[in-house]
Design a protein around this ligand. Structure first.
Ligand code: COA
Length: 165
């Protein structure tokens, strides 16, 4: 991402329905500017916590972003996440973008990629399953989320499972 992406990212990260199951509240333009400034300089996947927040374009329009992080170098484990503009949902773009990021992550030699989500987020659960991720865990009320206890779902995919697809 670059600072030129701020308005496009703000157009969806400011929406309550986009933020509903995310750790953030709908973001102001100032908050998006601060985040995108960080995203623009996050360009390495080498150490624990390194991440990429990649803009996804369709016909020249930024329609969403995919997050990919190194969770553990020792365990060759990555983490993936996604956020798309409601206008661009329901057409397979998130699936296509996530597959590209999985290809990148496994291409780097990762052994395992996980996604953690709110199990009420049916679209995100469906995306994990479409990608071939396995439902590995459902933690009950393991986090205080926007003022209430909420569950966490864990989905995962191994390199050999990705290669076999
Ligand atoms: C999670 C999220 C990215 C999923 O987006 P999505 O639009 O459902 O996913 P895709 O872009 O892969 O589209 C899949 C849909 O397109 C359809 N589709 C059409 N062509 C397709 C293709 N070539 N490949 C895959 N799916 C295709 C699928 O059948 C599916 O339709 P359905 O929802 O009616 O079953 C989106 O809901 C979102 O951004 N939510 C808000 C942010 C959020 O909560 N992020 C996750 C935090 S954990």
């Amino acid at each position: 991402m670059t600072l030129e992406d701020v308005d496009a990212v703000h157009s969806y990260q400011s929406l309550p329905e986009v933020a509903e199951y995310q750790l953030f509240e709908p973001r102001s333009r100032e908050a998006v500017l601060e985040k995108v400034t960080g995203f623009a300089s996050a360009l390495r996947l080498e150490s624990d916590g390194d991440y990429l927040q990649v803009a996804v374009e369709e016909s020249g329009r930024l329609i969403g972003d995919v997050y990919f992080a190194i969770k553990s170098v020792d365990n060759l484990c990555g983490e993936i996440g996604w956020t798309f503009h409601p206008d661009a949902q329901g057409r397979g773009f998130a699936t296509e973008a996530a597959r590209a990021m999985l290809e990148l992550g496994f291409g780097l030699g990762l052994h395992r990629v996980v996604a953690e989500l709110d199990p009420r987020n049916a679209a995100s659960v469906a995306l994990c399953l479409r990608l071939g991720m396995r439902h590995e865990a459902h933690f009950v009320e393991d986090m205080m989320f926007k003022g209430s206890w909420a569950d966490t779902g864990v989905y995962a995919l191994l390199a050999r499972e990705w290669a076999a697809r």
